[in-house]
Ligand binder design. Structure first.
Ligand code: 3BY
Ligand code: FES
Ligand code: FE
Length: 424
């Protein structure tokens, strides 16, 4: 066949596509993945093209770009993206790539501008992406309209900004409507980042998410977190004691009285939301379980709202308490390198040093993130061995990991153009 070598030149990943789809079709469900999924650069390239290049990704919060001209940048693998609040008050997304010779347009992580001006030769774009100015010597036939910034799909819900690099991203509106409903008490537009951290983990992004999807490891690793966190969040969990069920029933009645949503909701396996009580007596994820911020979020009157947990695959988990919220964003940097960004959010009128101490606020999750980083890195090092073979997950304690990999396998197969298999 003459066309095959040509197809491979067009798509050097073609053989990897076939091999990866085959590995997914033949994988043993409820077992960890074959080694290449965690360390092979071709599978990583496919993850970036087919998952991070096509699904909805959590990028940041609307309150981080509160008014027109505020922007933030995010790097999705090789694709720099800019999110900017337009003159219309909407969040716009663009490839952060100048249409002149391709320079990155915005280099700062966050900022405020009147126009988007390229640092290279000062081509100047409106906040809606239109090219306004391209110097004076582009020739009389130069048509500014041909060189607007390339848009990136953006949707918001409950203060979360999601982006997708796909032309036709998957449906997400039901989840966004639920976020609006569940986050209403928090008035997310009127929040601010009290403190944030970025850490680089020497581990594949899927190991970071797998680690987050189970608390089987919590007892052995997270003393600070376990001052406030329940290791499970469902009354159907086999670990749920009668005392836990009684606590949940009592809290749910309290939350109903405050019109604060708590019901467990799922959108496929991609999204999961639920409100769960913290350990009895704790109202926030702090070292002593007391609020980290004296000014509560939004319209909240009573800090004791447990934690609203929100999962968004492939790249975010979140905890919303009465006094502050913690949002997490995962961005792959390489086959064995992942950026984890954590932001602690408070009411925008809360005063640092008066209402909250950022050093105190961040302690539990700084410790937890560092512990999880070590776990993921050790996991990676063992997986890289020739002795590694996929091992079984506990259906009781690690169902969240199984769900994540089911989602991942289905999405990757579908996006690769293959059909989902009957898993063993
Ligand atoms: O609290 C979290 O975000 C997750 C859930 C279970 C363990 N892990 C720390
Ligand atoms: Fe942006 Fe030249 S590359 S103005
Ligand atoms: Fe952990």
């Amino acid at each position: 066949m003459e066309s095959k070598p040509l197809a491979r030149l067009d798509d050097p990943l073609a053989p990897a596509r076939e091999a990866t789809a085959e590995m997914l079709r033949s994988r043993q469900r409820n077992f960890s993945l074959p080694q290449p999924f965690y360390n092979d650069e071709r599978v990583f390239a496919l993850d970036m093209q087919e998952i991070f290049g096509k699904e909805w990704l959590f990028a940041g919060m609307t309150s981080e770009i509160p008014t027109k001209g505020n922007f933030m940048t995010v790097e999705i693998g090789d694709n720099p993206v800019i999110l900017v609040r337009g003159n219309d008050g909407q969040v716009h997304g663009f490839h952060n790539v100048c249409r002149h010779r391709g320079s990155r347009l915005c280099v700062k992580e966050k900022g405020k501008v009147a126009k988007l001006v390229c640092p290279y030769h000062q081509w100047t774009y409106e906040l809606d992406g239109r090219l306004l100015f391209a110097g004076s010597d582009m020739g009389e036939n130069f048509d500014l309209n041909q060189y607007g910034l390339k848009p990136v799909q953006v949707k918001t819900g409950g203060g979360f900004i999601f982006v997708s690099l796909a032309d036709e991203p998957p449906a997400i509106d039901d989840f966004l409507a639920t976020l609006n409903h569940y986050l209403e008490p928090y008035d997310m537009e009127n929040t601010k980042v009290a403190v944030e951290s970025s850490i680089v983990e020497q581990a594949n992004w899927k190991l970071v998410i797998e680690n987050n999807r189970e608390c089987y490891h919590c007892n052995g690793s997270h003393p600070e977190l376990l001052n406030s966190l329940q290791e499970f969040d469902d009354t159907d969990d086999p670990r749920a004691t009668p005392a836990y069920k009684a606590l949940v029933a009592q809290k749910q009645a309290d939350w109903d009285a405050q019109q604060v949503p708590w019901q467990l909701k799922r959108f496929g396996k991609r999204n999961r939301l639920t409100r769960t009580p913290l350990l009895d007596g704790a109202v926030s994820m702090t070292m002593d379980g007391k609020p980290a911020c004296q000014k509560l979020m939004g319209r909240i009157q009573n800090a004791d709202l447990g934690s609203l947990r929100i999962l968004h695959l492939p790249n975010s988990w979140n905890h919303f308490m009465g006094d502050h919220a913690i949002v997490f964003r995962v961005l792959p940097l390489g086959p064995q390198q992942t950026l984890v960004t954590t932001k602690w959010l408070v009411h925008k009128d809360a005063v640092e040093g008066v209402d909250y101490d950022p050093v105190e606020m961040r302690k539990v999750w700084d410790a937890t993130n560092d512990q999880d980083r070590r776990l993921a890195e050790e996991n990676q090092r063992g997986i890289n061995s020739k002795a590694y073979e996929p091992g079984p997950y506990s259906e009781t304690y690690e169902f969240g990991v199984i769900d994540f990999l089911d989602w991942y396998g289905e999405r990757l197969l579908e996006n690769l153009g293959s059909t989902a298999p009957e898993l063993k």
